[in-house]
Design a protein around this ligand. Structure first.
Ligand SMILES: [Zn+2]
Ligand SMILES: [Zn+2]
Length: 343
């Protein structure tokens, strides 16, 4: 049997532009599924990884983890998936299946997390990818592929944080940052029945934020408006990646309120209000497979719809540049013109 050649786009070294890249597909193991990629979203963590922000990127590096495509091969132990199925794959493509967190079903906390991303060895900006079938999700038949792609990382990330921390629809929730993650977080929080405030440093996004379901909008750069919402929220989900006035943002929490980070901003804190108001700061990483499935059906039921800009995968560098310059509205999905070209 000849080896399958996969075509993709790789960064060959730290911070470099992506270039066409070809590699021999790894062999399919018994729990693996091969997926021929039709769509892949571009996420901020792709850019962070190209810049080795997390400290475990190996080069050449093929980013891409908001994947939709069709199953083209299944291993001998795969259950519930067959050739031709339309599926999605998110950031996590496998897990160790034996650590304490995997045994609890909280696979996103796997002790071997660095090895579990779908980008090891190579990710979704390519013609195909391999993942463990337990991290490959059948999609609702009527859900457009570009919508499903964005839900695979951005969607599950904000849904999981809200599912964990919203304990009552009576909670007042603020979403800081109205971008790829934020515009979805507003939609989910609204669908949960919460009173939702969008906090953004781009006042031009106000009308759209209200359109996504926000009940209120606050300009983060306007300290007078920010002061008016001090002690306002039970929960703030911070989706922004930078430019955050942390002391003002913390002051918007009610006493014993919670700030949940879902992006990876550099954080600078004065502990005074944290202690005096008994605040909590927490992080939330993607979601486990059960949460992914629940998110997909919730999104389908409630019409959660990311705003997507489509670009051909060959323009991947342009897409990354737009994201870096904060120009994506709100998520770029690459359409794979290499589909079906593997040999
Ligand atoms: Zn992501
Ligand atoms: Zn594990």
């Amino acid at each position: 049997m000849s080896t399958l050649r996969v075509l993709g786009y790789a960064a060959n070294a730290l911070g470099q532009k992506l270039e066409p890249f070809e590699y021999a597909s790894p062999e399919l193991k018994e729990h693996d599924v091969r997926v021929s990629i039709t769509h892949c979203g571009v996420c901020h963590t792709d850019i962070h990884a190209i810049e080795d922000y997390y400290g475990f990127t190996t080069f050449p590096f093929v980013p891409g983890h908001e994947i939709v495509g069709h199953v083209t091969a299944v291993g001998s132990a795969v259950i519930g998936l067959k050739d031709g199925d339309r599926v999605g794959i998110g950031w996590q493509g496998r897990s160790c299946a034996k650590c304490e967190w995997c045994l609890k079903g909280e696979t996103q906390l796997c002790m071997e997390i660095e090895e579990t991303t779908v980008m090891v060895p190579y990710g979704g900006f390519s013609s195909s990818v391999i993942a463990d079938y337990r991290f490959v999700y059948l999609l609702p038949p009527t859900m457009p592929s570009e919508i499903a792609a964005v839900l695979m990382c951005a969607g599950v990330t904000v849904y999981s944080a809200l599912r964990t921390h919203v304990t009552s629809p009576a909670m007042k929730v603020a979403i800081a940052g109205v971008g790829g993650l934020g515009h979805l977080a507003i939609q989910f929080a609204h669908a949960f029945g919460c009173d939702v405030t969008a906090i953004s440093s781009s006042p031009a996004k106000k009308d759209q934020a209200l359109g996504f379901g926000a009940d209120h909008f606050v300009d983060a750069n306007d300290l007078v408006s920010m002061r008016e919402v001090y002690y306002g929220y039970d929960l703030v989900i911070c989706t922004a990646n930078g430019g955050i006035n942390w002391s003002a943002l913390l002051m918007t929490l009610k006493k014993r309120g919670r700030l949940a980070l879902v992006g990876f901003p550099d954080i600078e804190l004065n502990s005074t209000n944290l202690v005096a108001h008994e605040l909590s700061i927490t992080g939330s990483l993607i979601g486990n497979p059960a949460t992914m499935r629940a998110m997909l059906s919730f999104a389908q039921e409630h019409g959660i719809t990311p705003v997507v800009e489509l670009m051909p995968m060959s323009r991947v560098n342009e897409a990354i540049q737009m994201l870096k310059e904060n120009k994506a509205r709100y998520r770029i999905v690459l359409v794979n013109e290499m589909a079906g070209t593997e040999a």
